[in-house]
Design a protein around this ligand. Structure first.
Ligand code: PGA
Length: 253
């Protein structure tokens, strides 16, 4: 399985800027053995898709989705709407959504089920706060988040495989990345929880990314760590040329 890098623009770039980013990024020379995705704001998905043309890289995803396909949910976007454009993944439960929008483990679990039914891979984001980290509770917290996210009928494998991103909240946007060996230990916790829920095969096949202050200097350390299947990149993905450099620096020469 190829390693995977996903750019998370967060709340940046409306349709015009998103289109420009995609066109600029298409000019980058990229390693063929790398899978690259970009999670864009809903409103920019159509522009990103049309700027992509027939290019298969990067593949597009959403940053969030609702847990029903349609209905009286003013302001929400259902997974089925995304499928009209052939989107392939959606982040779910990013810590910023948990913090600012009150997203709970239960909401995350419902989103995972609807996404998978629509053939969209959920990238489930988990991670502990600084206080939990300090108190030595990281593993307990993350194990609980993973188990809760899989509780409502998530399936292993299939056409919309599950993915996880371990994103310690204290490492996001702080410049204080989690050292690769610590990230690996947390990835093991996530993998064990998947194994317990499904099987060792499922655990092996589920991609688990690390996210939090990854940049073009540090990306290689994560990508060469066993058990880390790729990275989720926020700030360092906003400039398409810089992100291209990061992708080129991701694999050993
Ligand atoms: P960062 O964000 O790379 O800016 O730390 C990562 C994320 O929140 O996905």
């Amino acid at each position: 399985m190829n390693k995977l890098i996903i750019a998370n623009w967060k709340m940046h770039y409306g349709p015009v800027k998103a289109g420009a980013w995609i066109r600029a990024f298409r000019r980058e020379r990229l390693p063929k053995e790398l899978d690259i995705g970009v999670a864009v704001p809903h409103v920019s998905l159509p522009a990103a898709r049309s700027s992509l043309g027939r290019a298969g890289v990067p593949f597009l995803g959403a940053q969030n989705v609702f847990w029903e396909n349609e209905g009286s949910y003013t302001g929400e976007i259902g997974p089925e709407m995304l499928t009209e454009f052939g989107y392939v993944f959606s982040l779910v439960g990013h810590s910023e959504r948990r913090k600012y929008l009150g997203e709970t483990d239960e909401m995350v679990a419902k989103k995972v089920v609807t996404l998978q039914k629509e053939g969209i891979s959920p990238v489930i984001c988990v991670g502990e706060t600084a206080a939990e980290h300090k108190a030595g509770k990281a593993k307990v917290v993350v194990r609980r988040q993973v188990t809760a996210a899989l509780k409502k009928g998530a399936v292993a494998g299939g056409k919309a495989p599950l993915m996880f991103a371990y994103e310690p909240i204290w490492a996001i946007g702080s410049g204080k990345a989690c050292p690769p060996d610590e990230a690996k230990a947390m990835h093991d916790v996530i993998r064990n929880a998947i194994e317990k829920k499904f099987s060792s095969k499922a655990a092996e096949e589920t991609r688990i990314l690390y996210g939090g202050s990854v940049n073009k200097q540090t990306v290689i350390e994560y990508m060469t760590t066993t058990g880390v299947d790729g990275v989720l990149v926020g700030g360092a993905s906003l400039d398409p040329r810089e992100f291209g450099l990061l992708c080129r620096a991701a694999l050993p020469a």
